[in-house]
Design a protein around this ligand. Structure first.
Ligand SMILES: *Cc1c(COP(=O)(O)O)cnc(C)c1O
Length: 428
């Protein structure tokens, strides 16, 4: 699809990366349910193992179904290459792995998915890596947090929950000035609403578990490379710029140019970390992506309707959604995510923790689950579930105060969603 006309987003979400199966003509991308691939001969096998020829060896590294998905996501994001992996959290580790080493750190936004805060504040320390969390609206604080050991800047385009939109252009400016890659988690926005690479991001990571698959069936992740970062300029990224002992001294950046990060992700990351996406999961996600724009339009339209209604409800203290004019980040929507602020938001009840518990127990159409980005509408009271191990002060800082409920608005009829919340709020 790289030659010929430039297609629009709706065309690319159906076609990018795919072509009729060369062996059978199958129009839909087959699920290549195979572990290994037969070599033409011993020379072919040797060339593949030396990375002198691109092809399939073993499905921990590459699989044709997964490859279609990687190319589709990379195309939709405007990147040069992509790597799929087993979950969004795997994608984050895979994105950091080539950049980091013991003693190195990342500067990360305080406004992140709860699981990412845990991964960055606790688990990565076992690799000798660390994260400094900073308010990304305070550019001086972001600059001040960067030191000689910093190897990346990390944020979410639309942060989950809290209804926050990162000023990606401003943060990319800080990252550029420091000679560091900017990694943007684009899970909540999806490339339909926001394309971080157009705002200066180096790498984009996804939990494909959410909107890209879209119906709560499989977990997966992806990393997309813009192909624009010079990994050799600073001497800070030896995994990409210097000879790789596991490939007879091959230098990824010198050899693969803008595809260095993608090739390293497959040839070293997937090979040795093994966080591989399976072809069944890739199939489900490919099915989902075909309707991404249609779903995101409805998610967003419904979210605006439900959030506007909630804002006028007497039992509601506040609604936190960048799609509403009341949001302090509303003016960033037009620039960062011009097609809307997405389907996720939180709201606070005047009556506190017990009222929230009663609400989640009283809904019928909404499902009380720890997930987001499903065609179904979902609800969760973070303080009694995902954030219950945190102190109240930590809950408040995370946008998950005891009186806050998070909604992931689905693609049902907005009137039915409002009616369900109305009857549940009446019981509170
Ligand atoms: C869910 C999520 C993740 C983690 O993805 P998994 O697929 O659950 O591992 C990371 N970032 C954001 C914004 C998410 O919503």
């Amino acid at each position: 699809m790289s030659e010929g006309p430039t297609y629009g987003f709706d065309t690319l979400q159906v076609h990018a990366g795919a072509r009729p199966d060369p062996a059978t003509g199958a129009r839909q991308t087959p699920i290549y349910q195979t572990t290994a691939y037969v070599f033409r001969d011993a020379d072919h096998a040797a060339a593949l193992f030396n990375l002198q020829e691109v092809g399939y060896i073993y499905s921990r590294l590459t699989n044709p179904t997964v490859a279609v998905l990687a190319e589709r996501i990379a195309t939709l994001e405007g990147g040069v290459g992509g790597v799929c992996c087993s979950s969004g959290h795997a994608a984050q580790i895979m994105a950091l792995f080539p950049l980091m080493g013991p003693g190195r750190n990342i500067v990360a936004s305080t406004r992140l998915y709860g699981g990412t805060v845990t991964q960055f504040s606790q688990t990565i320390r076992r690799f000798g890596w660390s994260a400094k969390f900073v308010d990304f609206d305070d550019l001086d604080a972001v600059k001040a947090a960067i030191d000689d050991d910093t190897r990346a800047i990390f944020c979410e385009a639309i942060a989950n929950p809290g209804g926050y939109i990162t000023d990606l252009d401003a943060i990319a400016g800080v990252a550029d000035a420091a000679g560091l890659p900017l990694i943007v988690d684009n899970t909540s926005a999806t490339p339909y609403l926001c394309r971080p690479i157009d705002h200066g991001a180096t790498l984009v990571v996804h939990s494909t578990t959410k909107y890209l698959t879209g119906n709560g069936t499989v977990t997966g992740g992806a990393i997309v490379d813009s192909g624009r970062f010079d990994w050799s300029a600073s001497g800070k990224f030896p995994s990409l710029a210097e000879p790789e002992p596991a490939y007879h001294g091959l230098k990824f950046h010198e050899t693969f140019g803008p595809l260095a990060f993608t090739f390293h992700g497959i040839a070293v990351g997937l090979r040795d970390l093994g966080m591989t996406m399976n072809p069944q999961a890739a199939h489900y996600t490919l099915m989902g992506i075909e309707t991404l724009s249609l779903r995101m339009e409805r998610h967003t339209e419904n979210a605006v309707k439900v959030a506007s209604w909630l804002e006028t409800h007497p039992k509601v203290a506040a609604v936190t959604y960048a799609g509403l004019p009341s949001s302090p980040w509303h003016d960033r929507v037009a620039r960062i995510c011009p097609k809307g602020a997405g389907g996720l938001f939180t709201f606070a009840l005047k009556d506190g923790y017990e009222a929230c518990v009663k609400l989640v127990d009283s809904v019928n159409l909404f499902s009380h689950v720890a997930n987001l980005g499903d065609t179904r509408s979902l609800i969760i009271h973070s303080a009694s579930t995902t954030h219950r191990q945190l102190s109240e002060a930590q809950q408040v800082a995370a946008g998950a105060a005891p009186n806050v409920v998070r909604l992931s608005i689905g693609i049902e009829d907005a009137d039915d969603l409002i009616a369900d919340l109305d009857q549940a709020l009446a019981k509170v």
